[in-house]
Design a protein around this ligand. Structure first.
Ligand SMILES: Cc1cc2nc3c(=O)[nH]c(=O)nc-3n(C[C@H](O)[C@H](O)[C@H](O)COP(=O)(O)OP(=O)(O)OC[C@H]3O[C@@H](n4cnc5c(N)ncnc54)[C@H](O)[C@@H]3O)c2cc1C
Length: 333
């Protein structure tokens, strides 16, 4: 098949699922990738401050499937993926701490979780990449689709892959599809991430790198600066319980509540002059999945439309990868 004869596919969303799908399709299709963000990688995201850096989405990931392990190998060899061995504790409601055993290897992208997107696309110069380019509409007909974004029209595309959270897909789907019902039942919950960057003199003394809280407000904390190739100064990330965030998704002053809970549960005072910001994730974690591990994607082959993401059967980076990679295999068949 000559290069010009390859069918064109648009992938909307460059998180782990969109990247994995693109990589699987690259040999057989002309690819155009769109993302509304300025950077790649979606919820694998890294915020940079002058003396600190924060992974404010996914903290680490597991690689339990052979497919994901195999895909990661070249990135590990090039130093873009490294093992992280944090000390985990559980912090109970009365503030008592107990070690938490977790034998599964944990991996991080370096120098930040978002680095995987750039590491992948530098080796794929034929991909057409449109960043800071939120898709506002999809129009056309089966197998002959066009996208509207930023006053421009892109297309035609034989197939469109929607690689983003379900609520955002629902807003864009141009027609009723065979997977509309599965999409409609899917639900995600929010999360707030507080990023605290400390000067050396004000850094709290913590004897753990990951803390899991038995609390209504706080869910998890990570010492981000303890990951490989991160900043030297202490960078702490606090994340809420998803149910709490969902109930407070429109609130502005969540950071004060999060800090107060952390101080009460750990006895550590936190006053961070280097960086102190909260990020709200409207769609962080899956409550009701749309599909199953056997077929972790949604596809309407006749229309030339499909949907992928962690929400197809979980809430993790590996599930997002498998959703995208498995759809790519199906579309190549
Ligand atoms: C706070 C938090 C903590 C987490 N912790 C972990 C963890 O420790 N371990 C783990 O394995 N997983 C964790 N996760 C989950 C993990 O981040 C996700 O499973 C994975 O990154 C999802 O990838 P995805 O491709 O499905 O979606 P996303 O990463 O959400 O990608 C969707 C992309 O679509 C883009 N987009 C949306 N609408 C449009 C539009 N109209 N036009 C163009 N682009 C659009 C977005 O900008 C985004 O880049 C965490 C997530 C959050 C939020």
């Amino acid at each position: 098949m000559g290069a010009q004869a390859k069918p064109a596919i648009a992938i909307i969303g460059t998180g782990m699922s969109g990247l994995a799908c693109a990589d699987g399709l690259a040999q057989d299709f002309e690819l155009s990738l769109f993302d509304k963000s300025r950077g790649l990688s979606g919820r694998l995201s890294t915020r940079r401050a002058p003396a600190h850096a924060f992974d404010h989405g996914a903290q680490y990931f597991r690689a339990q499937s052979a497919l994901f392990q195999q895909w990661l190998q070249p990135f590990e060899a090039a130093g873009h993926v490294q093992r992280w061995t944090p000390r985990h504790v559980t912090i109970a409601a009365d503030g008592s701490q107990s070690p938490r055993e977790d034998a599964h290897p944990k991996w991080v992208f370096t120098p930040g979780m978002s680095a995987i997107g750039r590491a992948l696309v530098v080796g794929r110069p034929r991909w057409k990449l449109y960043l800071d380019c939120g898709v506002e509409g999809v129009e056309g007909q089966a197998g002959d689709w066009f996208l509207r974004a930023g006053g421009s029209r892109f297309g035609p595309f034989a197939h469109i892959v929607f690689a983003m959270p379900p609520a955002q897909i629902k807003a864009l789907l141009p027609v009723d599809t065979s997977f509309s019902a599965a999409l409609a039942k899917t639900q995600m919950r929010g999360c707030h991430t507080l990023m605290l960057g400390f000067a050396p003199s004000e850094a709290p003394q913590l004897d753990w790198q990951c803390a899991h809280f038995d609390d209504d407000v706080l869910g998890f904390a990570a010492v981000n600066s303890s990951k490989p190739k991160r900043s030297d100064d202490l960078a702490l990330v606090l994340q809420t319980q998803h149910d709490w965030s969902q109930a407070h998704i429109e609130d502005d002053a969540v950071d004060a509540t999060m800090k107060a809970r952390f101080e009460a549960l750990t006895g550590s005072q936190i006053s961070a002059s280097g960086y102190d910001r909260v990020h709200r994730w409207r769609y962080a974690s899956t409550q009701t999945p749309a599909a199953s591990p056997d077929q972790p994607y949604l596809l309407d082959h006749a229309q030339g439309l499909s949907a992928i993401g962690d929400w197809c059967y979980g809430s993790k980076v590996e599930q997002a990868f498998l959703s995208g990679a498995t759809l790519a295999t199906r579309l190549r068949a």
